[in-house]
Design a protein around this ligand. Structure first.
Ligand code: UTP
Length: 299
C-alpha cells in the first residue's frame, strides 16, 4: 500500500533576484498577493492535502518569513476587544501548531535539488511533497490534494505538469511520456530533461512546482552531481527513478497556475485573485475596464 504523504518541503532559499530591489530586504515568499503572502497560499494548499510537518529550507535574510509564523496574541486581543471578528478569524486561520514547522538552512544557493537535499535529516523512509511557493495554483480542489489522491493509485514519484508554449520549454523541466491514455491525468514518464535548448524539447509538457518524491530520489541527491547551469537539479535526481521499480508519473492538474517568481506572473495573479474576491471584484473590474479603454484611446 502507498504510504500517506504527511511531510512537505518548501524550498525558499533562493535569492529572488527577479524582484530586486524589493528582495533586498523582503523575502519573495512574503510578498503579498491581495492580502496574503505567497507562503500562506502554499501552506493552505499543503494543509488541505493532509500535510502535518512543514519543512522550510531557508537562507540568510529570510527572518521575516520565519517571524510570519509566530502567533500574535496582542493583535488577536486588540481585534477581539474591538469586535473585529472577520479579521480575527483571518488572523487565527494562519496560526500553526507549535512544532509543526522546522527550518533548515541552505548555506549556499547550489540549486533546487540541493535545497531539497538539505531537508534529508527531517524525513523518514516515506514519500514526501515538495512545494515551490512561487507557483501559485488557483483550483477548486487544491493541486497537492489532487496529487496526493492520484498518488495513492500510482505510488512512486509524481510531478505536476502543464503544457507551455514551445518557446518557453527552455525555462522548464520537460517531460517525455510513455504510451497510454492521452486523457488520463496521471501518466507514466519515460524521460525528462531540464531546460532543453530551443528546438530540442521532447514535448511541451513542463514540470511545475509540486512534487511527491520517494526516499530513493533523496538518495540520488546525496551524490550531489551538478547539472544544467552548474546547479544540483531536482529534475536529474527524479529522472533517475524513471526506470526504478515504482517509476515516475506526471500529473496534469486541474486549475490555473501563476508563475509568481516572475513580475508578469505576479501581476497576473494579483488581478486574477482580486477578481475572485467579492469585496474587490466590482471596483477592480471597473478600473481594469477604464484603464484598457484609456490605453486603447491613446494608441
Ligand atoms: P528560482 O529559480 O525561482 O530562483 O527558484 P530564485 O532565487 O527564487 O529567484 P530568481 O530567479 O533569482 O528571481 C525556484 C525555487 O527554488 C528555491 C527558490 O527559493 C524558489 O522557491 N531555491 C532555488 C532554493 O531554495 N535554493 C536554491 O539554491 C535555488
Amino acid at each position: 500500500m502507498t504510504r500517506r504523504v504527511t511531510k512537505a518541503i518548501f524550498p525558499v532559499a533562493g535569492m529572488g533576484t527577479r524582484f530586486l530591489p524589493a528582495t533586498k530586504s523582503v523575502p519573495k515568499e512574503i510578498m503579498t498577493l491581495v492580502d496574503r503572502p505567497l507562503i500562506q497560499y502554499a501552506i493552505d494548499e499543503a494543509r488541505a492535502a493532509g500535510i502535518e510537518d512543514f519543512i522550510f529550507v531557508t537562507s540568510k535574510g529570510k527572518s521575516a518569513l520565519e517571524d510570519y509564523f509566530d502567533t500574535s496574541p496582542e493583535l488577536e486581543a486588540t481585534l477581539e476587544r474591538k469586535g473585529k471578528d472577520d479579521l480575527l478569524g483571518a488572523l487565527r486561520a494562519t496560526n500553526m501548531e507549535s512544532g509543526a514547522i522546522s527550518y533548515m538552512r541552505q548555506n549556499e544557493a547550489l540549486g533546487l535539488g540541493h535545497a531539497v537535499w538539505c531537508a534529508r535529516k527531517l524525513l523518514g523512509d516515506e514519500p514526501f511533497a515538495v512545494i515551490l511557493p512561487d507557483d501559485v495554483i488557483a483550483a477548486d480542489t487544491p493541486c497537492l490534494e489532487q496529487m496526493v489522491d492520484a498518488h495513492e493509485g500510482t505510488g512512486g514519484s509524481m510531478v505536476a505538469a502543464m503544457e507551455v508554449p514551445e518557446a518557453a520549454t527552455s525555462s522548464y523541466g520537460i517531460l517525455d511520456l510513455a504510451e497510454g491514455d492521452p486523457d488520463a491525468r496521471a501518466r507514466k514518464v519515460r524521460g525528462m530533461v531540464e531546460k532543453p535548448a530551443p528546438g530540442t524539447a521532447p514535448s511541451r509538457l513542463a514540470v511545475i512546482g509540486r512534487y511527491i518524491l520517494t526516499p530513493a530520489v533523496m538518495r540520488h541527491l546525496d551524490e550531489k552531481k551538478a547539472g544544467a547551469g552548474g546547479e544540483i537539479q531536482l529534475t536529474d535526481a527524479i529522472a533517475r527513478e524513471i526506470d526504478g521499480p515504482e517509476g515516475v508519473h506526471s500529473f496534469r492538474f486541474e486549475g490555473q497556475r501563476f508563475d509568481c517568481g516572475s513580475k508578469a506572473g505576479f501581476l497576473q495573479a494579483t488581478v486574477a485573485f482580486g477578481l475572485q474576491r467579492p469585496d474587490l471584484r466590482d471596483e477592480l473590474r471597473g478600473f481594469l475596464h477604464d484603464v484598457i479603454a484609456m490605453e486603447e484611446a491613446a494608441e
